[in-house]
Every structure is written in C-alpha cells, then in structure tokens.
Write a protein that binds this ligand. Structure first.
Ligand SMILES: NC(=O)c1ccc[n+]([C@@H]2O[C@H](COP(=O)([O-])OP(=O)(O)OC[C@H]3O[C@@H](n4cnc5c(N)ncnc54)[C@H](OP(=O)(O)O)[C@@H]3O)[C@@H](O)[C@H]2O)c1
Length: 251
C-alpha cells in the first residue's frame, strides 16, 4: 500500500532501536536509506546490509550531529550517495536514565541533554529544511515526556517539549513549499535506552500501567513514522502523533 520507491530517506540514530527499525521499514517500502550514528560502527554496518538486502541504496555515516561539522558530514554524504534527501527522520537522542530532582540537577547534565536533543535537532532539521523539495517530509521523534512532563527528568521532558513547538512552528513555515513537518511521541519502547528501568521486573510493571498492556517494539514506532513519510499523510502537518499504547492522550 505504501510505496516510497524513488524517495531518498535519511534517518539519524539509525544504528539501533527506533532508528534502525525505521530505516528498515523505509527500505521495505522502496526508499533509498542513509543512516547516521555516533559510535556503533558494527551495528550501523549490519543495518546497512539489511537495507541493501531489500534492493535499495544504503549508506551509514558516523557523525556527531551535536556539531555543525558533524551535521554537514552526514548531509554531504546523503547528497553524494543519494543525490539529495526527500524524507528526513530526526530520531537520534538521549535519555539520562537516572532520575534527578531539579534541585540536584547539575549544570552539566542540563547542558548535555539540551546539546544532544535540542541543538542536534536544530542543526539537522535546518539542514533537512534546506534540502527537501516539494512533497518532502520531516518527521522528528519526540516523547510522551514532552507532552505531559516527566518528574525527575525535567531536562529530557523540556528537550522533547521544545521539539513539539519546533515542529509546529516549522510546519507552518514549510507548508508553502509543500513540505510536511510532524512528530511521533512514543511512550515506553523496547530499546537499549530503557535497559535500566526495564531491569529487575521493571518492564512488566511498566507494561501493566500501559492501557494496551505492552511496551512498544521499535517497529511499532517505525510504522507511524513511515506513514507520516508517505503520500497517505500528505495533508497532515504540525501533528504530534501519539504512539504510546494509550498512556498519554493528548496531541
Ligand atoms: N526508547 C524509548 O522508550 C523512547 C521513548 C520515547 C522517545 N524515545 C526517543 O526515540 C529516539 C530513539 O530512541 P531509542 O530508544 O531508539 O535510542 P537508542 O537505542 O539509545 O539509540 C540511539 C541512537 O542515536 C544515536 N545517537 C545518539 N547521540 C548521537 C549523536 N550525538 N550523534 C549521532 N547519533 C547519535 C546512537 O548512535 P550509536 O549507536 O552509534 O551510539 C543510536 O543510533 C530518541 O530521540 C528517544 O528520546 C525513545
């Protein structure tokens, strides 16, 4: 039903987790796919192999997207290998797993979360906005934390909330160019990011508190991202799509 044949996709944080699942699903739908990652070269190479097995063009580029230079390296590679970018998925991000009350949060933690989640969003989305043409798609990965807040994780919640207002602003800015800008807001997802809270029975306790009774798989998040990249979603822009099993019901 969804065909992305001829589209050129770039996914940040594509070496594992939600980004890897998204890259593979985009490729299954026929898109050429480049992935960015930070350090996990072997994982990234494995994802590239799986993308290429689907008969489309693929590359992986190591680049720290919290810097303008790293961002330029990633996007230059996409232009060189694919000739441009039509679909941009801004997925890379961090979640500091140890909860810290704001009164004890260090300057360094706050700065690091903003650097990884907000500054990188600015650099990469700006680069994508400069590249994509009519019919282009930008999809960013926010979080339920950005919608409802998250006690002891005010830094992360603020960074993902910033993403939501950024998406809404950019949706209006890019609409005259026929480019849509949306976000997905996942709840708990089964990735390495959640290893700590899922340990020691935490995963089952968390699943029990989700109305649908389960933690999402990375592919559960990839599907809605790919939908937003597709022509089926061409009239949706500025949307924050809940993908959380019913745990937060707001846009
Ligand atoms: N997991 C959840 O429950 C959940 C819930 C809501 C929202 N989210 C959001 O979903 C997104 C993906 O989460 P995930 O759980 O799939 O994460 P993950 O498994 O921890 O993977 C993170 C990915 O981002 C890359 N990355 C991190 N910092 C980077 C940087 N500075 N430059 C380039 N690449 C960088 C990593 O590269 P390396 O592999 O090379 O390190 C990796 O590919 C994040 O934005 C996260 O906040 C996750």
């Amino acid at each position: 039903m969804i065909s992305l044949r001829g589209k050129r996709a770039l996914v940040t944080g594509g070496s594992r987790g939600i980004g890897a699942a998204t890259a593979l699903l985009l490729a299954e739908c026929g898109a050429d796919v480049g992935i960015g990652y930070r350090t996990r070269e072997r994982d990234a190479a494995d994802v590239v192999r799986q993308i290429a097995d689907r008969g489309v063009r693929a590359f992986a580029q190591a680049a720290d997207i919290t810097t303008p230079e790293g961002t330029a390296t990633l996007f230059d590679r996409a232009v060189r290998e694919l000739g441009g970018v039509d679909l941009f998925v801004g997925n890379a991000g961090i979640w500091p797993p140890d909860g810290v009350p704001l009164t004890e949060m260090s300057d360094a933690q706050w700065e690091e979360t903003m650097r990884q989640n907000v500054r990188a969003m600015f650099y990469t989305t700006r680069a994508a906005a400069r590249l994509v043409g009519p019919g282009g798609r930008i999809v960013l990965v926010s979080s339920t934390a950005g919608q409802r807040g998250e006690a002891l994780h005010a830094d992360y919640a603020a960074s993902k909330g910033a993403m939501i207002s950024f998406v809404k602003s950019l949706a209006i800015e890019l609409a005259p160019r026929d480019v849509t800008v949306n976000a997905v807001a996942p709840g708990w997802v089964d990735t390495e990011m959640c290893a700590q809270p899922f340990a020691d029975g935490g995963r089952d306790r968390i699943a029990a508190a989700i109305p649908l009774g389960r933690v999402a798989t990375p592919r559960d998040i990839a599907g809605p991202i790919v939908f937003l990249c597709s022509d089926l979603a061409r009239h949706i822009t500025g949307e924050i799509l809940n993908v959380n099993g019913g745990s937060v019901l707001c846009g």
